[in-house]
Design a protein around this ligand. Sequence first.
Ligand code: OGA
Ligand code: MN
Length: 298
Amino acid sequence: MALTIEPIDPAAPAFGGEVSGIDLTRPLSRADAAAVDAGMDQYGVLVFHDQDITDAQQIAFSTTLGPLEVKKRPGNIRKASESRLGAGIGDLSNLDKNGKIISAEDRQWFFKLGDRLWHSDSSYAVVPAKYSLLSGRVVPSWGGRTEFADMRAAYDALDARTKAEVEDLICEHSLLYSRGAIGFSEFTPEEVELFRPVLQRLVRIHPSSGRKSLFLSSHAGTIVGWTIPEARSFLRDLTEHATQREFVYSHSWKQHDLVMWDNRSTMHRARRFDRTEVRDMRRTTLAGDAPTVEQVDA
Ligand code: OGA
Ligand code: MN
């Protein structure tokens, strides 16, 4: 079975690839792992259909491509003891520990709704994530798409003056900012401390392709040296620019799809679905290799 990668949309061949000739329940050959990496560099997002995998198989496939992210700080308000899944796999579902749909009034649900804003995974961490791999185990009958924006194309399309302006800007990222943006700001003093901001460059250079991209995320709450209103309105402007239809791939989930994206060159967001239906999505995340700005990682 030969692995092939083709553009998902021939009309937009630069962003989003569809992989065929691969079975993620089986160990990946070195050649296939290299082809997947090359595909990620080219397309930014890869889709694998009909991959009915277990958590262990998802972790095995992921670790063939690189080490899993080990969080120094939590990315959630859920305690480890409340988690439904084992180590190494993130629960992106709308289910609690016992497999019941989380109540609409639960603060864990409020927190989760923050995923509906455009973001890059772990941009609130000193070393932000490399790849995320999301497996659709149970998908709702309506809605619940995941959308991806190509931050390389968005950067390229900026005018020269804006490119010069953003070149050396540094942003502060925190989960408090993204959750605050949807009106959820009731955090305990411990959470405020855990979610304290980190610094990220606004323009990143991709280590493999050498291409520049805009490193935006709803976690970005201000720009170093700017006033907050000026920074927020500029970040909102840039986000609007970067998420125009021409830069976006919208993924409509089928059960057993696995979608993989490069957080260094893309943003993504979840879309609405009927919250009374189960949406069981599970994520593995590969560690990034360096901070984008030198800082103390305390
Ligand atoms: C994620 C995420 C979006 C979704 O897995 O990091 O933001 O559609 N998911 O569930
Ligand atoms: Mn995410």
